[in-house]
Design a protein around this ligand. Sequence first.
Ligand code: NAD
Ligand code: TYD
Length: 363
Amino acid sequence: MKNILVTGGCGFIGSNFVRLALGELKESRIVNIDRLTYAGNLENLADLKDNPRYRFVRGDICDAEFVNRIFAEERIDTVVHFAAESHVDRSIEGPAEFIRTNILGTFTLLEAARKAWLAPMRVTSREPRKNRFLHVSTDEVYGSLGETGYFTEETPYDPRSPYSASKASSDHLVSAYFHTYDLPVVKTNCSNNYGPYHFPEKLIPLIINNALTGKELPVYGDGKNVRDWLYVEDHCRAILTVLQKGSLGETYNVGGNNEKQNIEIVQTVCDLLDEKVGLLPDGKPRRDLIRFVKDRPGHDRRYAIDATKIREELGWTPAVTFEEGIRKTVDWYLVHPDWIASVLDGSYQDYYEKMYGGRLKHD
Ligand code: NAD
Ligand code: TYD
């Protein structure tokens, strides 16, 4: 792992991963390619700008010429692929970009890796493999659970939103490249993450921001949908573990063993903020801001991960409990009001111009 290509490293999980990986893998360089969509924020990695083992290049993973050039120029031997459109509600409003980035983008990267690593001579599976393509995916590909049961690596795929369908499709492409071309791939399917740098359109950071500023807290449907929450640093450590020890062609489910109903999450955030910054100016508790609103179409009822395989085979377990993780997260947002404001009004995108001298044009 000398030259690692990280895609989508300016997003929530990617930025946490790049920082962790540079600290842990002292012999590795990281090249981060990111298109800097609304979800990608260069400031998330501002502290690494002068690190000689880190390079950022703005670009689109669907652009084959660009991706091939990076593979050649940087002699990429390892890929950790995060780049995606990631928000379910946006995928319902406008699925096209999800199909493009999540499916076509993954295909473009797989093709680049195939050309760079397997051509001109096909490597046979007996030879030691120095390359690795880790595809970061989601538990949402498995569909929705009832009251009981867990997703295992054998659970049949049953995606139900345009987002999860696009991720499922990319997962199938990754598996196909392993079976057809022997491309050295590994795949992780993780549950809902939370923590620093989470874009405030997703449940936890949205609720923190709204509750801080006294806005209403929208809870979809009856609020009893269940997600399995994992602190982002634990997910990043799981990815590092799979990168270093995972078996080629295998999938590893990653989860926090931490199921919560949405309403519990919202109430916990309200109570923590009341405790940390005091009640609302009118003396009321933040729970009063909760509003049950129209449900998300096709809203998956429950996700829960069985993470036995990654625990038993690779020795990974989450280190941060939900109680610790949610406190750390709330604290991070409390001391980063400028970050929240700049990602919400889009002004963080001026940073690209300042730091890299180019204009950040959005199509
Ligand atoms: P995010 O939306 O915060 O970040 C995505 C990043 O990808 C952004 O920096 C964006 O600019 C970049 N990007 C988007 N389209 C691009 C393109 N065409 N070319 C290059 N870069 C592009 O997402 P996240 O929450 O950090 O998720 C990262 C990955 O992890 C995704 O693949 C997602 O499916 C997966 N995942 C997320 C969660 C979660 O809870 N957030 C859980 C499991 C899996
Ligand atoms: P989200 O953070 O969008 O993640 P995902 O849909 O990928 O699980 O949503 C988490 C849960 O919170 C999901 O059940 C939908 C719900 N939700 C709300 O109730 N209100 C909101 O404003 C949002 C964004 C989500």
